[in-house]
Design a protein around this ligand. Sequence first.
Ligand SMILES: O=P(O)(O)OC[C@H]1O[C@](O)(CO)[C@@H](O)[C@@H]1O
Length: 450
Amino acid sequence: MKIIDFDISQSASLITDDSIQKLQPHINLAHQLLHEKTGPGKEYLGWLELPSKINKEEIERIKEAALAIREQSDVLVVIGIGGSYLGARAVLELLQPSRLFGTQKGRAKELQVVFAGHQMDADYLYHLKHWLKGKEFSINVISKSGTTTEPAIAFRIFRQLLEERYGDIESRKRIYVTTDARKGALKNLADEKGYQSFIIPDDVGGRYSVFTPVGTLPIAAAGIDIDELLCGAAKAEKSLETPCLKSNAAYRYAAYRSFLYQQGKSIEILASFDSQYHYLCEWWKQLFGESEGKEKKGIFPTSLQYTTDLHSMGQYVQDGRRIVFETVIKTEESKESVLVPDTGDNNDGLEYLKNKELGMINNKALEGTIMAHIDGGVPVGILSVPEKSAFWIGYLMYFFQKSCAISGYMLGVNPFDQPGVEDYKRNMFSLLGKPGTEQLRQELEVKWKK
Ligand SMILES: O=P(O)(O)OC[C@H]1O[C@](O)(CO)[C@@H](O)[C@@H]1O
């Protein structure tokens, strides 16, 4: 039976199953806080039963909007930051690898999804604006608060471009807004202009929102089957309901993290041997980093893409400070077959690999790396994902959400807030001269001797 599993048996010399099992009482407590909705952040648990309670009418509305976008445009500019863009980007990069080269294979009408508002890089925005010349485009602006600076600026830029190109009335039909049901500047603007809007539920935070219209609209617009994605998430919701560590792989993963953190391992590397997982790792970093990094606690989540990074960071992992542990994503099947060519000579010493599958070679690299890292004192947990499909990515993302909530409760933090993110914003607003921030500006000038 295909299933996402988490296995630490190869690291038995460094961490035993027994030590994980001993954490069952802690897991039970965290599980209780989560499922009885009594823990910190309990007002943000809408994601927990979201896949099984999905509103069918809303899904139909999303599919209709996705179709309209595909009919009216060559390009969808998705504007958002953090949890308001990473989930969609992760799914797109994972399921549509040819996007990496700017096209999508086998589609009658191509819709390209590009991202903006996830930084304030002037060069990026300048070039994107110019690249859009002569291309039909629509916008999906996504912001729960409706006030985040990066997407708000990008939305101004691309809204202006759209209005100049199509005029006021037509441009309104090309703007799709995903935001709060009631409040925020974006909500007000959407009401005023009559943009088609989609709601981010109050009880779902940004990094837990991929199964809401935050993720499903851009994913559907890209031509990915969102029913399958949600079906995978619903399957995970059901399969990961039990608190029993033996049968709940997401809880075993949470317990493994918790155990290693107590042993002084403060950095977790999410590693994959498949470049398509890059943005899934970025999404995972926000999920765990923003959920757990508080009160001067928490594992620092980072990611590496192998074998690429074995040639840059491999040395550190193998032999640097022993504060690192690794979670390796292993996907069983390579979708495509690529063989090492038989060139009829052995000048490069690769004759022994002729006609061999690249997928098989990559797999041997994975096996060899895991062995080497464990021998080097790095505990490695293996997260096996049956295949790269909408169903299994849906399952995997829910798996991570659930393990993150449990892991956060085991750590003793609120896994659903992010108060620390406000500090840079406060300083930035003041330095930009936002009205009402003069006093802070003076304090900053004194402190930093400007
Ligand atoms: O959807 P919003 O409100 O624009 O927020 C985007 C991101 O910014 C944060 O609030 C942090 O500033 C994240 O938690 C969130 O994912």
